[in-house]
Design a protein around this ligand. Structure first.
Ligand code: NAP
Length: 278
């Protein structure tokens, strides 16, 4: 019987996940289906239960249910536990295992873009769910500096405390936008939602080291205000979050099917259908 998977969210019609997973399944010869499930805002658990009762084997979880998924899972991977959010359910006969593949997706995308993270100085903008999900994978990738800057500085400082036990190198720092000044970074990652309203965080000048990369987690919006600002302030390269989307999906696919798809053709296909960054 064909194994069933889905992405669940509200709204969900815009999701690129069904086409990404269909491409992965075709490429790897997996007998599976993947659909988009719209859950009512107050009906996440019931929608998951119905999908599971119908034989569903796994789910991706997107806005606004990632925290609720974290609470619903029977077990959590360490990276999901620390992230406080779950984007992948592996549904077994007895239990639902929760994981979070967003951070691994980001790290893979940065590697794909040619970034050497071991020893890199990274500035992470934002302290919401997306930022929280990438701190541990960035620390594990060996960054020498990870400064978390946020509009509400206290939230960034709370993340520093939260991850202190995983910061053997003493890489973590935190504060408001201007607390990041006085240092240069090899990678600046925008994990705020400011780009959704085409705003850029008001960053001080001088943050971009020679050869640095500016990375905006949002995708499909062309050159965002943040990426434009980064170019003006000296970033050598800019990238959006489309690659992260594909790589986090590949990570989930590997958890479900035990086979890792080649992301290159799917990345190229999505890129061709997305506004350019120039
Ligand atoms: P969230 O939990 O709501 O957090 C929003 C963050 O953005 C907070 O740090 C908030 O600061 C900050 N912020 C909001 N408006 C701002 C503004 N006008 N100026 C400066 N900072 C502002 O959202 P999230 O779930 O972390 O998502 C953040 C972004 O990441 C979204 O755009 C999402 O699309 C993207 N994302 C992409 C991927 C991918 O696969 N590419 C995966 C996950 C998320 P305060 O704390 O001060 O409110």
């Amino acid at each position: 019987m064909t194994d069933r998977y889905a992405v669940i969210g509200h709204p969900i019609a815009h999701s690129k996940s069904p086409s990404i997973h269909a491409a992965f399944a075709a490429q790897t010869g997996q007998d599976m289906s993947y659909e988009a499930l719209l859950a009512p805002l107050d009906g996440f658990a019931a929608t998951v239960a119905a999908f599971r009762a119908a034989g569903g084997r796994g789910l991706n979880i997107t806005v606004p249910f990632k925290e609720e998924a974290w609470r619903l899972a029977d077990s959590l991977s360490e990276r999901a536990r620390l992230a406080g959010a779950v984007n992948t359910f592996v549904i077994g006969g007895e239990a639902i295992a929760g994981d979070n593949t967003d951070g691994a997706g980001l790290v893979r995308d940065l590697e794909w873009l040619g970034c050497r993270l071991d020893g890199a100085r990274v500035l992470l903008l934002g302290a919401g769910g997306a930022a929280r999900g990438v701190v541990l994978p960035l620390l594990e990738a060996g960054v020498s500096r990870l400064f978390i800057a946020n509009r509400t500085a206290e939230r960034a400082c709370a993340l520093q405390v939260h991850f202190a036990g995983h910061d053997a190198r003493g890489a973590l720092g935190a504060g408001g936008w201007h607390d990041a000044a006085g240092a240069a970074y090899d990678v600046v990652i925008n994990a705020t939602s400011a780009s959704l309203s085409n705003q850029a965080p008001p960053l001080p000048a001088g943050l971009y080291a020679p050869g640095s990369l500016a990375y905006d987690m949002v995708y499909g919006r062309g050159l965002t205000a943040f990426l434009g600002q980064a170019r003006a302030q000296g970033a050598a390269r800019v990238a959006d979050g489309l690659g992260m989307l594909v790589e986090q999906a590949a990570e989930a696919f590997a958890l479900w099917r035990g086979v890792r798809p080649d992301t290159a053709p799917v990345r190229a296909q999505l890129r061709a259908a997305t506004p350019p960054l120039d």
